[in-house]
Design a protein around this ligand. Structure first.
Ligand code: MG
Length: 393
């Protein structure tokens, strides 16, 4: 049983001393555990620094106060760490997973990903190779970044992270891609998508912390942008109404920004406590003795039924009112065009690509990796360079 910040890890927590290890054998660090080292490698990576200029919902140039992928990742890490500590799970591992979970995101958020996926798949008809068929998925791309695309170490490609960190990063995966990964790494990070089973509790926790974080900060950013209003949230989102009411009953007359922040703060706290209580309850019932038993159980980290339905309603509201708002839709339509133009340019002008481990990948995959790695602002500048058109003022 490992020890962390004075708190003894639970028997079902991941213990770095019992990690399934790294793909390339390396000597242990003298002062840091394997997961601390993973977190530090992520933090020092090039892909991590790029997150600061990548879109979460609002394009990076639309305002200085909106979340970016970087601040989103930090908020996920904060939530996951604080829940992990109370549940006596491994804080270093959740931090490593949370900081790395969005490394594979394209510029312009989900619009960029969808466009790139279409582009890669469109190449499949013309003499399809394995690369084209697999399309583009940002979770898979996050794994590609840490497994092979980062170029920092003399002895290996990627960051050579521990198995448990890599497994947490691959939180979703299509069954086709899972089978391909499993063939390359039998019993590896994609095994659970093929054979069933759950990831570690730390991975499950990061997944839920991601949802809690984006729901809360998208409310904040949505109101800041003027695309949704407090009244709308009050009228259409029962979960938010509950905590807005609580804020007002404790602080009568509270309004505007402070009311918004207080309602979000109360909602965040309630969700965190709900996860802790519900997860503790399920852990007590399932009583897993170690990580192997956790893998054989269904999802153990989760919301109560009431909070799950409240969170789902909130997500539905944000999808309809914010993500599909005509103004957001208009910018994402243009962002899609930028990604498509970039993809086709590099496909037709491969000599324009940077010269990094060129030989190991198909041209389609090299182009996809290059475009996916771009920040919003680099993509916009590059798009002006190659087309002469300015799609965003
Ligand atoms: Mg995320």
């Amino acid at each position: 049983m490992g020890e962390l910040s004075g708190t003894v890890l639970a028997p079902y927590a991941c213990d770095p001393a019992r990690s399934r290890g790294r793909r390339q054998l390396e000597p242990e660090a003298p002062t840091r555990t394997a997961y601390q080292r993973d977190r530090d490698r992520v933090l020092h990576s090039t892909a991590f620094r790029r997150l600061v200029f990548k879109t979460q919902v609002f394009l990076n140039h639309e305002g200085d106060l909106f979340r970016t992928r970087l601040t989103h990742s930090l908020e996920v890490a904060q939530l996951a760490r604080s829940m992990a500590r109370t549940l006596r799970l491994n804080e270093d591992l959740v931090e490593a997973i949370a900081l790395a979970h969005d490394l594979g995101h394209t510029p312009f958020g989900h619009a960029g990903q969808d466009a790139l996926n279409e582009c890669v798949r469109s190449q499949a008809s013309a003499g399809s190779t394995e690369d084209e068929v697999q399309g583009f998925e940002h979770n898979l791309q996050s794994l590609r970044v840490v497994d092979s695309l980062e170029e920092r170490y003399p002895a290996f490609d990627g960051l050579n992270l521990s198995f448990e960190t890599r497994e947490g990063i691959l939180k979703h995966c299509s069954s086709n891609n899972a089978r391909r990964l499993e063939a390359r790494e039998p019993g590896g990070v994609a095994h659970r998508f093929v054979a069933g089973g759950s990831p570690t509790l730390e991975a499950q926790l990061c997944n839920l912390a991601d949802e809690i974080a984006y729901n809360a900060h998208d409310i904040d950013d949505g109101v800041r942008s003027g695309l949704i209003t407090l009244d709308q949230l009050h009228d259409e989102v029962p979960l938010f109404r509950r905590y807005m009411g609580l804020a007002l009953s404790t602080h009568p007359g509270l309004k505007g920004r402070r009311l918004l922040f207080e309602a979000i703060r109360l909602m965040l706290s309630a969700q965190v406590y709900d996860v802790i209580d519900q997860t503790q309850y399920r852990l007590t019932a399932a009583a897993p003795e170690g990580v192997a038993e956790v893998r054989a159980c269904g999802a153990l980290v989760g919301f109560s039924e009431d909070m799950r339905s409240g969170s789902n309603e909130l997500k539905r509201f944000l999808r309809a009112a914010l993500y599909h708002h005509p103004q957001v839709q208009d910018t994402t339509d243009r962002a899609r065009l930028v990604v498509k133009d970039l993809f086709h340019h590099y496909l037709q002008h491969p000599y324009d690509l940077p010269d990094d481990h060129a030989g190991k990948r198909s041209l389609t995959r090299r182009v996809a990796d290059h475009v996916a790695g771009m920040t919003d602002r680099f993509a916009l500048k590059d798009h002006v360079r190659i087309t002469g058109h300015t799609l965003f003022a």
